[in-house]
Write a protein that binds this ligand. Sequence first.
Ligand code: MN
Length: 488
Amino acid sequence: MHTIDQIIEKIRSYNPLVDEKLLRDAYEFAAMAHAGQKRLTGEDYIQHSLATMSNLASLRMDTPTLVAGLLHDVPEDTSYTLEDIRKKFGKEVAKLVEGITKLGTLKYRGLERYAENLRKMFIAMAEDIRIIIIKFADRLNNLQTLSHLRPDKRKRIALETLEIYAPIANRLGMGDMKGNLEDLAFPYAMPKEYTWVVGISQSRLKIEKKYLEKIKKILHKELLENSIPVTSIDVRIKHLYSLYKKILEKERDIDKVYDLIAVRIICKSVADCYRVLGAIHKKWVPLKGRIKDYIAQPKPNGYQSLHTTVFADKGKIVEFQIRDEEMHELAEYGVAAHLRYKEFGAKKMSKEKTEWLKNLLIIQKKIADNNAYLAEVKVDVFQNRIFVFTPKGDVIDLPENATPVDFAYHIHTDIGDKCASAIINDQIAPLSSRLRSGDVVEIKINKNRTVPNEDWLNFVRTNLAKDKIRQSLRQKQEGVISRLLNRE
Ligand code: MN
């Protein structure tokens, strides 16, 4: 059970001057708006709002983000509107909540070839990186309570997490978030594989944990003797889902995975990182080709560390990861680290790091620029557009409430004129159905049909479809008239 007091306490630990009254007002408002609503867990709905806020507090987010986290489901699920939120809590909070509501319309329906398009749309649609971070915080809690959902829903949400959310977290450098999202979704998305990985890793984990505690002590002594100061030496266990993927890469042989458990050393400076590396190599023989300098050459998402794998005591293979404090914060929190509330006197980020942030923030822009349709996505978001897929994975953008007939005319006049039925996400659906973002739409045509149905005019949404239907009907009429005239 979360309480607002407890969360405010947590926020105060990184922001002693936080506007407590504002947070309590937002809580009162959310609790009133959601009053009487229950989650499937049986808890009051407000528990979900608080859990989302608490996740954001763990990421040390700023006050507007925390408030938006509390209110994120209000416009969608209660009688209060975005306008109410704007009046009470201002433009910034309202914009964040609006963004979350919009992203909520994007849904992954389980077909891998659409995943990359969906990821791009997700990033491009979020005007503010904080919106994505609130979605992550929301999703974390939804995953924690997933067992209460219907099995088909469970699976959809779990797969969406693995295919859309986690890769975005990775792209934004949020390693900790990525790992948590994946590990929570893994058992629901792939129960058999999950059980298999847990089964084959348990015994090795037990033995290696003990062994690495010994290695840790030896290293500690070694560093002390060489007077290299470090902040911490920890044993880190690979996240389960990432272990699963690694095992698949290694011909399903867990013994070929060398970093099931690794020793992580956090140093006080970059120079110390290299000194630690030197000390490790003096003590143990490194494996050829396994030394990776991600400090000199960071990964595309900004990750920096030194990795090395050595033959440690008794010839056992051990991986070490060495980084400084700033690199560590970036590896765990990525873009969120830059958005963090900074305490007074916190040291300024180096120029390199702010450069990296700039690069990361233009990811959104780059993605939009590289894709003509995505450039449209950004503009159209404000005009309430939806985005649906053809069976081949192409994206078609339509106005809200568009129907399969609108979709058909959007593809080709002939498909519109001859359309007979629609299949939406593998289910037969009426031609008058309202499409939603992320839907996969297939149109079945009737080759013998020559004219569209006049009734379609009652439900189509786009002017394009209306014009085409009228035009085809008129042509047909003119054809009949001219035939009649010719007969005379
Ligand atoms: Mn929610």
